[in-house]
Design a protein around this ligand. Structure first.
Ligand SMILES: *[C@@H]1O[C@H](CO)[C@@H](O)[C@H](O)[C@H]1NC(C)=O
Length: 392
């Protein structure tokens, strides 16, 4: 009798579990999306989102093969969602209009706002940024441009095997997000396209970026103020400006950056490798507890760089020094080739010298000649293989 009751209870629980986990799928074609790349499919995507968001079951928004024009900026707002999770399963390409005006005045082309448990799996985003870059190259006044994909104030984000092409501005941006995992992401824009950062993080925590390939005209990954607990592993960068912590220290009151690990990355022909960059301005910001580990440099202009005197437009930094405190930064097993003689450069702030900079097993070559290192206001220690010789 008792065992019978237990069995019944188990069956009941199993049923409850399986029915609550049942997924519902919304195919964008059912809401009027067209895969011809010419008819605006924005409203179809929004209709699918509204239903997925209202569903009490985990929902899938499915985008079949084909090209889908998203002709104006699109926001998926998660504020009133009932669902526990929404997955975009994308086999096709979302494409922006080729003339830049349609999206360039917005901050983001495809925006997620206050979402929880959104996954993007597969697909391509093609922002067709070339017309805006052309405008910018004439020196005329042009709009700043839109980030291709942005998550704002969102949590538990997964981005899997997504491809992003030719953004107007950044390719992917996370702002004020918590717990995100990006993997197998592929980002591509020409080396001379302006401000097309691959992944830009700000005010976010718990972000992991794995197994990704980034080629852009600006930073492959840029880490702005207020980020913590970042893990970056197996990323290939180039062309581009490298992986940068910064620019920091623009504002007087600014949140710091801490606990960042960059592990097993390769830079190919990039302007920088591992860079920390702060404006030469007053600020109470900081960078601490950073580990750069197992990096391969292939013909990189500045493989290891701290630039605390960044001030491209002299007007921005009237005879100031950076107030950003940089401490506890580890460089371990960094090897390969430098495209310039100075392979290691710590150009720290006179007002807030760098402290506890640690080098271990750094082996960087420059052509047939020895590379050199250069230090200003930098203190720390060095161990193991040190080519070039440490100046700490
Ligand atoms: C640092 O970040 C990692 C994730 O990248 C996390 O697992 C770890 O707990 C963090 N450490 C501290 C002290 O917050």
């Amino acid at each position: 009798m008792v065992t019978k009751l237990v069995v019944l209870l188990l069956i009941f629980l199993l049923f409850q579990f399986s029915s609550s986990a049942k997924q519902v799928t919304y195919n964008v074609l059912s809401f009027g999306a067209k895969s011809n790349g010419r008819s605006d499919s924005k409203s179809a995507f929004l209709k699918a989102w509204v239903l997925a968001c209202a569903s009490t079951n985990p929902a899938i928004i499915y985008v079949p093969k084909g090209r889908y024009l998203i002709a104006s900026p699109l926001t998926f707002s998660g504020q009133v969602c009932k669902t526990k999770a929404i997955t975009f399963k994308i086999d096709g390409t979302l494409v922006a209009p080729s003339s830049y005006n349609a999206i360039s005045k917005a901050e983001v082309w495809i925006k997620f706002y206050r979402t929880n448990r959104v996954t993007i799996s597969g697909g391509t985003l093609d922002a067709q940024g070339a017309s805006l870059w052309a405008c910018k190259s004439t020196g005329k006044s042009c709009p700043k441009g839109a980030t291709t994909l942005g998550f704002y104030h969102s949590q538990n984000i997964v981005i899997n095997s997504l491809r992003s092409l030719n953004s107007q501005m950044f390719h992917i941006q996370l702002y004020a997000c918590k717990n995100a995992k990006l993997q197998g992401v592929s980002i591509s824009a020409p080396g001379l396209s302006p401000n097309t950062d691959g992944i830009h993080l700000s005010s976010s925590t718990g972000v992991t970026i794995l197994n990704s390939k980034i080629a852009t005209g600006d930073d492959c990954i840029s880490i702005g103020p207020g980020n913590s607990n970042l893990w970056i592993e197996k990323v290939v960068c180039g062309p581009g400006h490298g992986i940068s912590i910064g620019s920091l220290g623009w504002d007087v009151q600014e949140a710091g950056v801490q606990n960042v690990t960059v592990n097993t990355v390769t830079f190919i022909g990039s302007d920088n490798g591992l860079r920390i960059k702060t404006w030469a301005r007053r600020s109470n910001g900081f960078v601490r507890n950073v580990v750069f580990q197992h990096a391969t440099m292939v013909n990189v202009k500045n493989p290891i760089l701290i630039d605390a005197n960044y001030c491209p437009d002299a007007g921005n930094c009237p005879n100031q020094v950076s107030g950003v405190k940089i401490s506890n930064v580890v460089y371990e097993d960094i090897h390969g080739t430098s495209a310039t003689r100075v392979a290691v450069k710590f150009d720290c702030s006179r007002g807030k010298p760098c402290t506890d900079i640690r080098l271990k097993d750094v082996d960087l070559k420059y052509g047939g000649q020895p590379a050199v290192s250069s230090c200003a206001y930098a203190a720390g220690s060095a161990h193991g293989i040190l080519r070039p010789t440490s100046c700490l």
